[in-house]
Design a protein around this ligand. Structure first.
Ligand SMILES: Nc1ncnc2c1ncn2[C@@H]1O[C@H](COP(=O)(O)OP(=O)(O)OP(=O)(O)O)[C@@H](O)[C@H]1O
Ligand SMILES: [Mg+2]
Length: 223
């Protein structure tokens, strides 16, 4: 059974003579088959937390454990393998490559790492599910912002990851697409994945099994 846990997780940024306590002493565990929602005002530490959960940012102190193993005690190669194999990350800023088509952007993760493979069946089912089948050959710059957001989501799901970390994945979607994406994330959790959703959308707070509110880097309440 896959599980992710954090203990005393802390991250400070240092800028000029300022110390910014972005995330301070968080404790939580996230189990497979569940979706957790994290919300909080702008600057409360949500992206910083997600990056640490995904093995992309070294904490200042504390730990992130996947199946009991501390991510940041791993060697570079092993940590890369963890990200590659297990993490589907939907970035708040999408990070689509502007010179690659929708199809190339989505399938790029399949060509990174040891097991280069294709998954045409999953690709087409995801494209259909998120209503993007008609835009396969477009460049990101030729898409609406909500379409770019859905491409970023499909790219995160194409590797069938155990852990889905979604940073405000509905920020630019109309109500209908918001519904599609929110249902899809709940469905992914239902398939046995660990889903962690960061969102400002109050309507989504109740969709997770648990909701955490972040305030100045600390959890302020728990539902
Ligand atoms: N690289 C950095 N260097 C210095 N300070 C940073 C850096 N990245 C983030 N911060 C600061 O850390 C705090 C937390 O940032 P973070 O991006 O995690 O917030 P957030 O909750 O995701 O906000 P938003 O809802 O606007 O996306 C903010 O005050 C931000 O200004
Ligand atoms: Mg953010």
């Amino acid at each position: 059974m896959n599980a992710l846990s954090i203990e005393n997780l802390t991250r400070n940024y240092y800028k000029d003579k300022l110390t910014i306590a972005a995330v301070s002493g968080l404790n939580a565990s996230f189990n497979e088959g569940t979706m957790t929602v994290i919300h909080g005002s702008s600057g409360s530490g949500k992206t910083t937390l997600l990056l640490m959960l995904g093995g992309m940012m070294q904490p200042s102190s504390g730990s992130v454990k996947f199946n009991g193993r501390d991510l940041y005690s791993m060697k570079g190669r092993e940590l890369r393998h963890f990200r590659n194999r297990h993490v589907g990350f939907i970035f708040q800023k999408f990070y689509l490559l502007p010179y690659l088509t929708v199809r190339q952007n989505i399938t790029l993760p399949l060509h990174i790492g040891e097991n280069v493979r294709d998954n045409t069946e999953l690709l087409h089912s995801l494209l259909e599910r998120f209503r993007m089948s008609h835009r396969l050959n477009h460049l990101p710059g030729e898409l609406s912002v909500g379409e770019q957001q859905r491409v970023a989501l499909i790219r995160a799901l194409i590797k069938d990851p155990a852990l889905i970390l979604a940073d405000e994945p509905t920020g630019n979607l109309d109500p209908e697409n918001l519904e599609i994406v929110s249902e899809a994330l709940q469905e992914e959790a239902g398939k046995g994945r660990i889903v962690i959703l960061v969102t400002h959308h109050a309507s989504l707070f109740a969709t997770g099994k648990t909701a955490f509110r972040l305030e100045n880097g600390c959890f302020s309440d728990l539902r």
